[in-house]
Design a protein around this ligand. Structure first.
Ligand code: ASP
Length: 597
């Protein structure tokens, strides 16, 4: 080894020891006589002193060192002179007095400061990711990620799970996104698809009798990037045989609770995790991934305002829509422009508008509220009884700002759900040290895809309908619920999974319901259906997203901060410059020609 110790480990116990360190020059201070170098590696920083009187040749080497040079230093560990200790640094009590030093490699001036935690444009950070990782932020996130995966592996190993790799060049398996395709050279005109998930393969492993499988799996989905989404992500893919929903959920709750206790003991988890039905989550939070760290629940006002003098409310209810609202504590004093901003947000989400009612904090209570104490454009169309009833339903207090949206049921819910999130953010209602996990269950089996005019799976087509809803598949498929479940945490979807269909008959029924022709069923899913004819056990699984999990644990806002080499928001790998053009010969070999249009 070119070193005997690392740059983070020397302490007062080591005083007097001869050591060899190697690392990067974090900082160099030339005090005329003495030169100080802070030597950095991934374990920490150690101060090295070069004294011209002890060794002038070594001092001369030090005088040539610059930031980010890679150097090796031999020397003796010594106490720092009294008064110069640095209590903020793990190695701050000691220094190494250099006896010999070698410059192992030079460095150009880096494009950004590595020894300071300064804001740097993300695209610059990604282009020079290898320098960015030298800084502490991403490096610590990667270390956390490593510990998370290590814990998961040990946990599952202790419970008889086997880690099995599945191929990356496969056939399309639908998860609701576009496929990344790979052209075949040896089979002209044919393509592999990169897995959107190993879904069908893990189910085949169940047919194969591997009753407990997992994999830290890469998944590829060609969809627009967002803070919590990029073209490829990693998930903990799990599948189990002979289980019911509760078995899988209990396993994950135990895994995550133990994991957080190990890697982030300072964070609080609410135990046991609450279970929400999808319909209740939508009704109470306007979202199937609610942030449960705060209340601000939605309430339905449709019955209260069905006969209101305010046409917007009345007509919506008569037309089959809903009027729903939330009450935000202490925001009655919002200015015109603040209200306009919220109104804009509501409209941008598709609402025709947002009705606000500010309740003066001078009222002795809701029952005592007078019309003069209500500030709203709707006030003159409403009676004070109606206002009392609305405030009562929204559990409002004097000083609150009530926000009401009228419209089609899902839309009103979604808009208010977003307003709820926004107000939670503005009022800082979410405790950053709290992890509010929950299970969401009983999702609808299908959703109507307006664009193509047909049913689509809410999860994926392998999800089992609830037993009692199977008769609905013929008569009213829109009413059927499924054995699909999600895990949500702090407003993010952290995992999705389901109990699967395991008979070929039911699986074919679902494919037909989704509009696949017999030929399509055969060509896309033939192998799975065939496998189901050879004794497929009842099975189910789940797939928590590793990037999102680590993002939450690291307190980061985007998954790019916890991925070593992420794509940027335009799906570009700036470190290696991909995607990029390829040579004409490569296209020819792949039997491809680029189109002009
Ligand atoms: N394959 C699913 C997904 O990627 C997870 C599952 O159903 O296990 O979302």
């Amino acid at each position: 080894m070119l070193r005997t110790r690392d740059c983070g480990s020397l302490r007062t116990e080591d005083i007097g020891a001869s050591v060899t360190l190697a690392g990067w020059v974090d900082r160099r201070r030339d005090h005329g006589g003495l030169i100080f170098i802070d030597l950095r590696d991934r374990y920490g920083v150690t101060q090295i002193v070069f004294n011209p009187e002890t060794s002038s040749a070594t001092h001369e080497v030090a005088s040539q060192m610059r930031g980010e040079y890679v150097v090796q230093v031999q020397g003796k560990v010594a106490p720092r002179p009294a008064g110069t200790e640095n209590r903020g640094l793990a190695t701050g009590e000691i220094e190494v007095v250099a006896g010999a030093a070698t410059i192992l490699n030079r460095s150009e001036t880096p494009p950004f400061d590595i020894n300071q935690d300064v804001e740097v444009d993300e695209n610059v950070r990604l282009r020079y990711r290898y320098l960015d990782i030298r800084r502490s932020r991403v490096r610590e996130n990667l270390m956390l990620r490593h510990r998370v995966i290590k814990y998961i592996r040990a946990f599952l190993d202790a419970r008889d799970f086997i880690e099995i790799e599945t191929p990356i060049l496969i056939k399309s398996t639908p998860e609701g996104a576009r496929d990344y395709l790979v052209p075949s050279r040896v089979q002209p005109g044919k393509f592999y698809a990169l897995p959107q998930s190993p879904q069908q393969l893990k189910q085949l492993l169940m047919v194969a009798g591997i009753d407990r499988y997992y994999q830290i799996a890469k998944c590829f989905r060609d969809e627009d990037s967002r803070a919590d989404r990029q073209p490829e992500h990693t998930q903990l893919d799990i599948e189990m045989s002979f289980v019911e929903e509760e078995d899988i959920l209990a396993l994950i709750e135990e895994l995550f609770t133990g994991l957080i206790g190990e890697v982030k003991p300072e964070m609080r988890v609410i135990s046991p995790w609450p279970c929400l039905k999808y319909d209740d989550a939508m009704a109470r939070y306007g979202s199937d991934k609610p942030d449960l760290r705060f209340g601000l629940e939605l309430h339905d006002l449709s019955d209260v305002v069905a006969e209101s003098g305010f046409g917007v409310f009345r007509d919506t209810v008569v037309g089959g829509g809903r009027v729903r609202g939330i009450s935000v504590p202490g925001c009655a004093g919002y200015s015109r422009s603040q209200l306009e901003e919220l109104n804009k947000l509501a409209r941008s989400l598709g609402a025709s508008g947002l009705v606000t009612m500010a309740l003066s904090d001078e009222a002795a209570g809701i029952a005592a509220l007078t019309m003069e104490q209500v500030k709203s454009v709707a006030a003159r169309f409403l009676t004070i009884d109606e206002v009392h009833a609305i405030a009562g339903r929204l559990e409002a207090s004097p000083g609150d700002l009530m926000m009401i949206v009228a419209g089609e049921e899902r839309l009103a819910g979604r808009v208010l759900g977003e307003l709820r999130r926004e107000m939670g953010r503005r009022l800082d209602l979410a405790d950053p040290k709290l992890l509010a996990f929950a299970f969401v269950q009983e999702f609808p089996l299908l959703r109507w895809d307006e664009e193509v005019g047909r049913w689509d799976s809410e999860h994926h087509p392998f999800t089992a309908p609830r037993d009692e809803d199977i008769p609905l598949l013929d008569s009213a498929p829109e009413k059927a619920h499924s054995k699909h479940y999600d895990i949500v945490c702090n407003g993010l979807e952290l995992a999705s999974g389901s109990i699967r269909i395991h008979t070929p008959e039911l699986q074919e029924t679902i494919f037909r319901l989704l509009g696949y022709t017999d030929e399509e069923i055969q060509s896309r899913f033939g192998p799975l259906l065939e496998a189901f004819r050879y004794g497929a056990p009842p099975h189910g699984g789940i797939a928590p997203g590793i990037d999102r999990l680590v993002m939450i644990l690291a307190g980061e806002e985007t998954i790019r901060e916890v991925i070593a080499f992420p794509k940027n928001q335009n799906a570009v790998d700036l470190t290696l410059d991909a995607p990029s053009a390829v040579a004409e010969e490569q296209l020819t070999e792949l039997h491809l020609r680029l189109r002009e249009d």
